[in-house]
Design a protein around this ligand. Structure first.
Ligand SMILES: C[S@@+](CC[C@H](N)C(=O)[O-])C[C@H]1O[C@@H](n2cnc3c(N)ncnc32)[C@H](O)[C@@H]1O
Length: 278
């Protein structure tokens, strides 16, 4: 599908907070991220907003690539070394190379993956996310992260919550303001999964950016998009991992988390970690 001709997606099983309106006149995170990654599923407003951010912080393009490379390494670690076979990936994004089910099922074909997003553009691509190895399965839930009841009740239809589940929240929690208590949301999700489950997070770091750069990025996003972002400090992101033991090397800039030789090099403003539930 090409960007400006993209068809209006159909309705889904949206959560009580409802899906985002299908308003292409305002930039949105999934499509801005797609543009940063060189994708085609974005609109003029998304490109204008992203260029405004790049104007303030040119490293944002590297940040997107580094986050995506982190996703590949995290899912690879979970499937290969931690032996996880069930994934709840919330904040799926527009499908691109190396989606969670592809990485996991290349290692363990029986892996089961439930995707969750609230952007109608991601829903329009759900079919691409629902391809699975024969042995495994994928499912897509159209819901807001804040609607944990909907997410958990629908995820239970594909995942066995008596066995370990990896809860994957990459580059999404900055879109949840403190007023919606993101720490309580993550705690609710982690309470629902058994000991030995995993939590993976990447999150824009307010202490990884100079104050004026951060303000410039947030202003550019506020002026051009439907969303406001809340970057958080190392300590605030670490709090999400309460009740887990962090896998080495702990909570670090995403590009420093178990890097592979082929990964892009540079400095990103994102904290990332994986924790194992006690
Ligand atoms: C930057 S993309 C990240 C995609 C993927 N997780 C990755 O790291 O490559 C963030 C995604 O989170 C979704 N998102 C943001 N806020 C959300 C919310 N409250 N509920 C569900 N999805 C949300 C956006 O629609 C977007 O698709």
């Amino acid at each position: 599908m090409t960007s400006d001709e993209a068809a209006a997606p159909g309705s889904g099983t949206a959560g009580k907070t409802g899906p985002l309106p299908f308003d292409t006149s305002k930039a949105h995170q999934a499509r801005m991220y797609d543009y940063l990654l060189g994708g085609k599923d974005n609109y003029a407003a998304d490109r204008v907003a992203t260029e405004a951010v790049l104007n303030v912080y040119p490293e944002m393009a590297f940040a997107a690539r580094a986050n995506r490379a982190f996703l590949g390494r995290v899912i690879g670690y979970l499937a290969r070394e931690a032996g996880v076979r069930q994934f709840l990936d919330i904040g799926t994004g527009i499908p691109t190379a190396g989606n969670t089910h592809q990485v996991a099922q290349a290692i363990a074909p029986e892996s089961r993956v439930v995707y969750v997003d609230y952007d109608p553009i991601v829903l329009a691509h759900a079919r691409a996310l629902l391809t699975s190895s024969e042995a495994g399965a994928t499912e897509y839930i159209d819901a807001d992260l804040r609607d944990t009841d909907t997410i958990l009740s629908q995820a239970r239809q594909l995942l066995d919550f008596t066995k370990p589940v990896a809860v994957v929240l990459l580059a999404i929690l900055h879109a949840i303001p403190d007023s919606d208590d993101p720490h309580a949301i993550v705690a609710t999700l982690m309470d629902a999964v058994p000991s030995g489950s995993y939590l993976a997070i990447s999150h824009g770091g307010s202490d990884l950016l100079a104050a004026d750069t951060q303000q410039g990025i947030l202003d550019a996003i506020r002026q051009t998009s439907q969303q406001q972002y809340s970057y958080r400090t190392h300590a605030q992101v670490a709090r999400f991992f309460a009740g887990t033991d962090l896998v080495e090397p702990g909570l670090v800039p995403v590009e420093e988390w178990r890097p592979d030789p082929g990964n892009p090099s540079g400095h990103s403003p994102g904290w990332g970690a994986v924790g194992r539930k006690r």
